[in-house]
Design a protein around this ligand. Structure first.
Ligand code: DGT
Ligand code: MG
Length: 572
């Protein structure tokens, strides 16, 4: 129920359009009734051969209702869909605003296909909310009252027949259909999500699936989910057909009852025979308002299930609070980690334990250590992707928590271990780092990253597309693009996490030289497995299982003859 309240809340700002859509909907059905009533009356009157002038008004009425029905139907569709799409776009904006602070920590719990299904399918499901859940009962009620009053002008028993039919077809049948289709709405939403997850998973891992000969099995799984989904949809189609025929039966019954009562009244002289056809056909056409009611519970269930999944995302709390207002200055920045401990989840082992180090203004620190030692975790804390559990992290003399997250990230240029390239041109991928960058700046960054010549060798140059995730580039080229991004951003703090991974030794040295030049005047944190160029570092931290086990300059560490020295010996 909470979900629906949330959705209604989103609809409230459009209450004027909603009322207009409801009025137009009522006018459409009223025109339909009007057309039937006027036509039946015209035929009955004409059969008595009255002077043609007597029929003029009715003839005009038939023409009017015939036309107005189409016009109102068009306007009603237009306004109702306009409202619907406005609400959908609101949901999308809200969803995006909610998701952004969740990245990356909280989003790891969602699978990408499931996320896609929430963002696309679950949002789209909400388009039924107004059109198929809220509007039909209102319209049916208004038609019942309006046409019921019209019938009461002739005999109140006509109105009672109408009310009885509306009760059966508007409440009884939907209730029965709901009982028969209990849970289908939920199952459809969940199966759609499962299908999206399986398809997305198999697309992302298609190379592995083919290489390990698992493609057919995966395909069978997708097929099975698809069959299950189709089964549920077939059940809904069956229920929909059943409800349509039941409502059809009730409306025909209503027509008969009105006709029988009418004949009785005509015989008794209480009703003019000319009106008989008009009342019966009008009643019959008023049932148009009842047809959408049968599936209201089903759509409501589907809307609720989808809204529940959306709210799960919207209500999720980001791991880091973004309540600080400070903005890092470009001068005087130093980074201090004071006895920092951190773990990703409560029950997991510590990723960082009692970590203390300081990178002075414009200082250069390298962090090395075995895989899983906690190197990337330090960056995750620095970028405020995760919250540390104990200790203190300072930037420029203030706790990291006092800064606005966006500003912190704005002042850090980072090459992550897993660079993502967008399916766009090389130039656009570079401009992410600095949207207002000039042509010269972009070329300069690419030259420094030793990428310029390669880019020029492509037929489209800087306008070449890099493909989904950059698949048109080699691993090393992707990495150099990431480095070019950082060079372009030229932020006061530079963080390189395995930035040179995937580069051949020659290119690595060339790019390193450029990066070292850039490091001058920047605070730099380098994480590397390769142990190259560490002589230039102010301090090297050797990390092991979340703790600093050795620290010092290159020479100092070599003298210690500890882990650092062993690692170097092993590499050389
Ligand atoms: P690398 O990149 O292989 O050289 O390793 P590091 O040193 O960068 O390791 P790091 O900091 O990514 O991981 C440290 C530990 O934390 C490791 O045991 C795996 C765990 N860990 C890393 N990322 C996550 C995460 O997102 N969620 C959870 N639950 N654990 C994580
Ligand atoms: Mg790492």
């Amino acid at each position: 129920m909470k979900n629906i309240v949330w959705l209604v809340h989103l609809m409230l700002p459009y209450w004027r359009r909603i009322i207009l859509a409801l009025i137009l909907s009522v006018l459409t059905i009223s025109s339909h009734i009007g057309l039937m009533v006027a036509s039946a009356y015209l035929l009955a009157r004409a059969a008595l051969h009255p002077p043609i002038l007597d029929l003029m008004i009715t003839i005009v009425g038939v023409r009017f209702f015939g036309l107005s029905r189409a016009v109102f139907r068009y306007l009603e569709r237009y306004v109702a869909h306009d409202v619907t799409f406005r609400v959908l776009s609101q949901i999308r904006v809200k969803l995006y605003q909610a998701i952004e602070p969740l990245a990356p920590a909280r989003l790891k719990n969602f699978r990408s296909g499931d996320m896609l299904s929430r963002i696309v399918a679950d949002v789209e499901t909400q388009q039924n909310l107004f059109l198929r859940v809220f509007a039909p009962p209102f319209v049916a009620l208004l038609i019942l009252f309006g046409y019921g009053l019209f019938l009461a002008c002739y005999d109140v028993r006509f109105s009672l027949i109408l009310a009885a039919c509306f009760l059966v077809a508007g409440l009884g049948i939907p209730w029965g259909i709901k009982a028969l289709g209990q849970g289908i709405g939920h199952r459809i939403v969940n199966l759609k999500a499962e299908l999206a997850t399986q398809v997305a998973d198999s697309l992302l891992g298609i190379t592995e699936l083919v290489a390990y000969g698992q493609a057919q099995e995966h395909l069978d799984k997708i097929r099975q989910t698809n069959i299950n989904l189709m089964d549920q949809q077939r059940r809904i189609a069956r229920l929909s057909a059943l409800s349509a025929s039941l409502v059809g039966m009730v409306s025909n019954l209503g027509l008969w009852l009105v006709l029988i009562l009418g004949i009785y009244l005509v015989e008794k002289g209480n009703l003019n025979g000319v009106n008989l056809g008009m009342l019966a056909l009008g009643t019959f056409s008023s049932f148009e308002a009842l047809f959408p009611l049968a599936l209201v519970p089903h759509h409501l269930e589907q809307n609720q299930a989808a809204a529940e999944r959306l709210l799960e995302l919207i209500k999720a709390k980001p791991v880091t609070k973004d309540s600080g207002h400070l903005s890092p200055q470009s001068e005087g920045l130093d980074i201090v980690f004071q006895d920092v401990s951190f773990r990703y989840e409560q029950h997991e082992p510590w990723a960082l334990k009692h970590l203390s180090f300081r990178i002075p203004q414009q200082g250069k620190v390298a962090i090395i250590g075995s895989s899983g030692a906690g190197k990337t975790s330090i960056i995750n804390l620095l970028l405020r992707f995760w919250e540390y559990d104990a200790g203190r992290v300072e930037l420029g003399g203030h706790s990291l928590r006092e800064y606005s997250q966006e500003d912190i990230r704005g002042s850090i240029g980072v090459v992550t271990q897993r660079t993502h390239l967008f399916n766009a041109t090389i130039k656009e991928n570079l401009q992410i780092a600095k949207p207002e960058a000039t042509e010269e700046e972009i070329i300069r960054a690419a030259q420094q990253a030793r990428l310029h010549d390669f880019i020029l060798s492509l037929p489209q140059g800087y306008d070449s597309l890099v493909g989904e995730g950059g698949f048109a580039l080699s691993g090393g080229q992707r990495q150099r693009l990431a480095i070019a991004r950082v060079l372009l951003k030229n932020a006061p703090i530079l963080v390189l996490d395995e930035a040179m991974a995937g580069l051949d030794s020659l290119t690595e040295r060339e790019v390193m030289n450029e990066v070292y030049q850039l490091m001058e005047g920047h605070l730099t944190l380098v994480i590397t497995h390769r142990l190259i160029g560490l002589e230039k570092m102010d301090e090297i931290l050797v990390l092991d299982r979340g703790r600093i086990v050795e620290r010092g300059t290159h020479e100092g560490l070599l003298e210690q003859r500890g882990l650092y020295q062993r690692m170097r010996e092993y590499l050389s």
